[in-house]
Write a protein that binds this ligand. Structure first.
Ligand SMILES: Cc1cc2nc3c(=O)[nH]c(=O)nc-3n(C[C@H](O)[C@H](O)[C@H](O)COP(=O)(O)O)c2cc1C
Length: 315
């Protein structure tokens, strides 16, 4: 089985899949077809701080076509942010109705929005009005139990959404435990919008198995799999699992370090960004445990560079 006409979307991973990561990935490896950017929160007031939007700024280089994502629960605030995206030239925006963090859910945002039918409806109405044909939603199966999304499908079906991305876990599960493929199948069958599958695609074999189980799905979102192996699209497009390319990873990591240094000020934030990625990457290296232990200890960019020098067993 090959990925032929199927499309792949880089998932939003806040702290990892920002513009610099996306561009470096596309410079070094085969890129996914598009990317949903990490969420941008709605805010009170009309003045949009440019820094808030820089990750999805189309006047800056975006090597992977990028779709902004919003998190919030106030329709008027959503409208303000959507207008700002439109002014930047965006015609598509995604609404986060899946973030599982308890402090987010408690405030009625992310997966908490899925739990509040009235608030969700108000957000869908505004989203589809301000971003016609370009508004999509990313959801989970539910908050505590996996039956909520299925109950919300009638509401989602009433609005002209571009697509619905389903991560088949509950918020309670966070990102761990088994994905519930049976519930995904049930929700996808009820959904009249195109459905994007998202969850635990880490290899070509994973994708092939899912495609065989859900042949009607043609759009796939991948997050941690691409953070752990930025070359993963090459395996999927080639139709075979290829070895993790340690040699090319070194160039990728050097370029990522350099570009992050240009984007962020302060070595702590640059190193923080590197360590965030390494928490996913480490497992892919033959010598990953040792490299990760060294990366964690780095206090300066020079120390980090010396760790990169060891990649590929050169030292
Ligand atoms: C560190 C981290 C940050 C995330 N940030 C976002 C986010 O900003 N917006 C969102 O919709 N999902 C976010 N997610 C969820 C992912 O987009 C994705 O749904 C989840 O990781 C499952 O897909 P995967 O198994 O391919 O990683 C985040 C997940 C993680 C682990």
């Amino acid at each position: 089985m090959t990925a032929g006409a199927d499309q792949f979307i880089l998932a939003p991973l806040r702290g990892v899949t920002g513009r610099v990561f996306r561009n470096t990935l596309a410079d070094t490896f085969e890129a996914p077809d598009e990317a949903v950017a990490p969420f941008i929160p709605t805010f009170a007031g009309e003045r949009v701080k440019p820094a808030l939007l820089s990750d999805v700024d189309r006047s800056l280089e975006q090597r992977i076509p990028v779709i902004p994502q919003v998190i919030g629960k106030d329709p008027a605030q959503l409208a303000t942010l959507l207008r700002a995206f439109r002014a930047m030239g965006h015609t598509r925006v995604d609404l986060n109705a899946g973030c599982p963090w308890p402090f987010v859910v408690k405030k009625g945002r992310g997966a908490g929005l899925l739990a509040d039918e009235t608030a969700l409806e108000a957000m869908l109405a505004v989203g589809c009005e301000v971003m016609p044909e370009g508004f999509s939603v990313k959801v989970r199966l539910g908050v505590k139990t996996a039956d909520l999304l299925v109950r919300r499908m009638e509401l989602l079906n009433r609005y002209p959404l571009r697509e619905v991305t389903i991560h088949p876990r509950t918020a309670k599960q966070m990102y761990e435990g088994a994905v519930d493929e049976a519930r995904f199948a049930e929700a996808a069958a009820l959904c009249r919008h195109p459905v994007v599958y998202n969850g635990d695609i880490r290899s070509f074999a994973d994708w092939r198995r899912l495609k065989a189980r859900f042949p009607q799905v043609s759009r796939w979102m991948i997050g941690r799999g691409l953070a752990a192996n930025p070359a993963l699209m090459e395996s999927i497009r080639a139709g075979e699992d290829r070895p993790f390319p340690e040699d090319r990873m070194r160039g990728f990591l050097e370029a990522y370090l350099l570009a992050t240094g240009e984007e962020l000020s302060g070595r702590a934030s640059v190193l923080g960004r590197m360590k965030e990625l390494w928490s996913y990457l480490a497992a892919s290296f033959a010598d990953g445990d040792r490299l990760w232990a060294c990366v964690k200890l780095c206090r300066t960019v020079d120390e980090y560079r010396r760790v990169l020098d060891r990649i590929g067993g050169s030292r």
